[in-house]
Design a protein around this ligand. Structure first.
Ligand SMILES: Nc1nc2c(c(=O)[nH]1)N[C@H]1C(S)=C(S)[C@@H](COP(=O)(O)OP(=O)(O)OC[C@H]3O[C@@H](n4cnc5c(=O)[nH]c(N)nc54)[C@H](O)[C@@H]3O)O[C@H]1N2
Ligand SMILES: Nc1nc2c(c(=O)[nH]1)N[C@H]1C(S)=C(S)[C@@H](COP(=O)(O)OP(=O)(O)OC[C@H]3O[C@@H](n4cnc5c(=O)[nH]c(N)nc54)[C@H](O)[C@@H]3O)O[C@H]1N2
Ligand code: SF4
Ligand SMILES: [Mo]
Length: 740
């Protein structure tokens, strides 16, 4: 007898958190579409959302652990795989110390329940300072600016796009990416609503992106110069007396210092460098200041550049100066259902240690991934000889892939937690596959803290698991191995001990919502679950909207969220200052000394003439997701997407024809790729998407290998970084283009 059931779950593929309606028959998915009743997405999905089924069924997806033998990959039992990891890691840690083992954590860790909860214990168990992640090819500048301004690197304000009257967007393309550091399903619908209520969106981007095409105004900008443009906006706000922080005045320190520095960076001083007329900068600034509410928002294009932290900071300086920070329609701080307010008294610092080879400062406990190859290749005490990767593909995602690829091949041992045998994991000795999205529970720990509305939604697994092991269990077993407790140690015991400790501490801590309660009673409630779901239940029930284990019957718990498969809407964002501020002064630090120093360095760049050659920027496409969704035919079919976009004037100078093959090269590397001539990129700029280059031997990606594309990060040197955050420069890279 076959039975058709309809279930609801949140799509985990990107930051937008869309609700999916999944129809299942005989343990197989027959249809996926947008959940029209989802409280946040109301039916919206992008082309990727419905491909969870194809991902589930992809014959190339690993379902059992594999180990690399001289003659190829062998499927093994979980027990054998963990014994192999123990044999690979433990002797190395004992002989050479913990720093000999590095870890690289990739982007999907932010999209699983295990990532936010179980990686920290794993890293602690290894004890290494060689921790790297996709954050240093992504958003690290925002953590640094938020940490220095507000006291905590995760106190990141998001644009209140549903209420704003003026959205100034720089270096983001949410109509393709579906948004980042601003969780909002259906950007197109929300921007249309903004425009219909008389509001405006101005987009600053060296490409006429999909988002730029829908903007009220689009400004081409010379890559890497956003910090200059933003400074000029600040200059105009002061010069024309448009700054009006309102209630933020009393909460803010350092306004005068910012004004003094900005005076040197007027629109007239930066216009040529940015490629934007001074009068346009003045006009945009006046419009932004005059709008009833307004907000500046910057993303990848402003962060993956040399002055990424300065740009990230300036965005919020502007939001403070126009009175938009922490106000409806401005940039606001979400309050997630599982969240805890940041604790005062521990102001954010960087550089508590430095990387061995290049001396780069630690940021949030990690080192720049741009220097991972240095740490592997440079002999000496603390040299990296083994690597643990979890949900990452750094060979394609991080600078100088050629060199990293070679470095990975030279390691003594590598273990990857991943369900694809790809450009990175092909170097592993052991690959441990977690379940695919449809076979796991989901709650967006990361993105509900970055959401434009406060939302809570929990999804139980839709399909049962096969031979894969839950990711939290894999990570816990790796932690037990790393800390010397052996490949056979029981992850459930460790996990149970962990939650019991948490509860016992909470009941005896006076400021906890469960102070004085009976720990056995609390654990009795929690122990109906295990792993991350149990921790989620604890966090929800003791969180800002929690039921405090029965004290508030309307409050949240996992059970309550299960009763609401379309999610619970906790309302629009509310002001959270000054309580959220954890700086030493208790104020918003508008002029942190580190940033002021770097901003002064930015000002001196105007003293040297720029190099006039072509520069490379990236781009994203709706049907793609970094490096790892290219093995699904439904997504990659059709027109070739990994092309070099080039302006007709530049194509004429280089002597290349539309559709022809060109070589793109610089001192770091070269790729040969098809050119697409278009006025959608500004003159002097060429664009290639990242995440491609699947034509290396030994990967098991049969669809992707047929349409491999090229790896744009072969052209990123890894030498150029944003010094304050360690973020790699991935945009504005000098290149030469010639006919192939
Ligand atoms: N030039 C250039 N480079 C860039 C960027 C750019 O704009 N330009 N963008 C950067 C950004 S923003 C990012 S975030 C990085 C991404 O960089 P990475 O995180 O290194 O790369 P991904 O392509 O996201 O690879 C994800 C890996 O996780 C695996 N995976 C997927 N789901 C799961 C899961 O649930 N569990 C586990 N264990 N594994 C899973 C996939 O098979 C894949 O191997 O790339 C960066 N690189
Ligand atoms: N479809 C799809 N969605 C995704 C992803 C994906 O790979 N595909 N990746 C996900 C991830 S990990 C992330 S972090 C987010 C990123 O989300 P977004 O930040 O929206 O990223 P992009 O779409 O790459 O948009 C960056 C824009 O910056 C522009 N740009 C480049 N250099 C500069 C510059 O110097 N100044 C300015 N002002 N603009 C510049 C580029 O032309 C591009 O349009 O997307 C997520 N969503
Ligand atoms: S926009 Fe993101 S969350 Fe929504 S369906 Fe597409 S990939 Fe999934
Ligand atoms: Mo990212």
């Amino acid at each position: 007898m076959s039975e058709t059931t309809t279930t609801f779950r949140t799509c985990p593929l990107c930051e937008a958190t869309c609700g999916l309606e999944v129809t299942v028959r005989d343990e197989a998915v027959t249809r996926i579409r947008g959940d029209r009743d989802d409280v946040f997405s109301q039916g919206f999905i992008c082309p990727k959302g419905s491909t969870l089924r194809q991902l589930h069924d992809d014959p190339d997806r690993l379902r059992v652990p594999v180990i690399r033998r001289a003659d190829g990959w062998e499927q093994v039992s979980w027990e054998e795989a963990f014994r192999m990891v123990e044999a690979g890691l433990r002797p190395l840690i004992e002989k050479r110390g913990a720093d000999a083992v590095a870890a690289y954590l990739g982007n999907p860790n932010a999209h699983t329940m295990a990532g936010p909860l179980y990686l920290k214990p794993l890293l602690k168990a290894i004890g290494t300072k060689n921790i790297f992640s996709a954050s240093t090819v992504d958003q690290m500048p925002k953590h640094v600016s938020s940490g220095l301004m507000f006291g905590h690197p995760d106190s990141i304000p998001v644009p209140d796009i549903d209420r704003t009257d003026f959205l100034l967007m720089l270096g983001a393309d949410p109509f393709e990416s579906n948004g980042s550091l601003a969780t909002a399903p259906d950007w197109p619908g929300r921007i249309k609503a903004l425009q219909e209520r008389g509001g405006k969106m101005v987009v600053v981007d060296p490409r006429r992106s999909r988002t730029a095409r829908e903007a009220n105004e689009h400004l081409f900008i010379r890559p890497g110069t956003d910090a200059l443009l933003l400074f000029a906006i600040v200059a105009v706000l002061f010069e024309e007396d448009l700054a009006s922080p309102g209630r933020l005045n009393e909460l803010t320190a350092g306004i005068g210092e910012v004004a003094a520095l900005a005076a040197r960076l007027s629109p007239e001083a930066v216009a040529d460098r940015c490629g934007i007329p001074a009068e346009t900068i003045r006009r945009i600034t006046r419009d932004l200041a005059a709008a009833p509410t307004g907000v500046a928002y910057g993303r990848i294009g402003t962060h993956t550049v040399e002055f990424g932290t300065v740009a990230a900071w300036l965005v919020d300086v502007i939001n403070v100066l126009i009175g938009g920070l922490d106000a409806p329609g401005g940039a606001m701080f979400p309050l997630a259902a599982h969240a805890r307010p940041p604790r005062p008294g521990r102001p954010f610092r960087t550089g508590r240690w430095t990387s061995r080879v290049k001396g780069y400062p630690e940021v949030r406990g990690e080192l720049p991934v741009a220097t991972l190859s240095d740490e592997i290749e440079t002999p000496g005490d603390g040299q990296v000889r083994a690597l643990v990767t979890v949900a990452g593909n750094p060979v394609l995602s991080t600078p100088n892939g050629t060199r990293l690829d070679r470095a990975l091949a030279s390691l003594d041992f590598m273990v990857s937690v991943d369900f694809y045998l790809n450009e990175t994991t092909r170097h592993a000795d052991v690959i441990l596959p977690p379940p695919p999205p449809l076979s796991r529970a989901h709650y967006d720990f990361a993105f509900y803290t970055l959401s434009v509305r406060n939302i809570a939604n929990y999804s139980p697994p839709t399909l049962s698991r096969n031979a894969e092991m839950d990711e939290w269990e894999i990570l816990t077993r790796l932690a037990l191995i790393a800390s010397g407790q052996g490949a056979g140690a029981d992850p459930d015991l460790a996990d149970g001990w962990g939650i019991a400790t948490t509860v016992n501490q909470a009941v005896s801590s006076p400021d906890s919502p469960i102070a004085g309660r009976d720990p056995e009673e609390i654990l009795g409630h929690l122990n109906q679950y295990r792993g991350p779901v149990r921790i989620l239940d604890y966090l929800l029930r003791t969180g800002p909207y929690g039921d405090r284990f029965g004290e508030d019957p309307d409050g949240l718990s996992v059970a309550k969220l299960v009763e609401h498969p379309h999610g619970v809407d906790l309302g629009p964002l509310q002001p959270r200052l000054p309580e959220l501020l954890t700086t030493a002064s208790g104020k918003i630090e508008l002029a942190p000394p580190q940033i002021m120093e770097e901003a002064a360095r930015l000002a001196t760049t105007l003293d040297h003439a720029p190099d006039g050659g072509l520069v490379l920027v990236g781009r994203r496409h709706l049907r793609s997701n970094n490096s790892w969704m290219h093995n699904l035919e439904v997504l990659v079919k059709g027109k070739e997407r990994c092309t070099l976009q080039m302006h007709p004037d530049d194509a004429g100078i280089a002597g290349v024809q539309d559709g022809g093959e060109v070589q793109v090269s610089n001192d770091t590397g070269a790729v040969t790729v098809q050119v697409e001539i278009t006025e959608d990129v500004m003159p002097g700029v060429v664009s290639l998407p990242h995440g491609w280059g699947h034509d290396v031997p030994g990967v098991r990606l049969s669809v992707a290998a047929r349409r491999p594309g090229v790896n744009s990060n072969l052209l990123a040197s890894g030498q150029a970084i944003d010094p304050l955050s360690g973020n790699a420069v991935l945009n504005g890279i000098p290149v030469v283009v010639s006919p192939s």
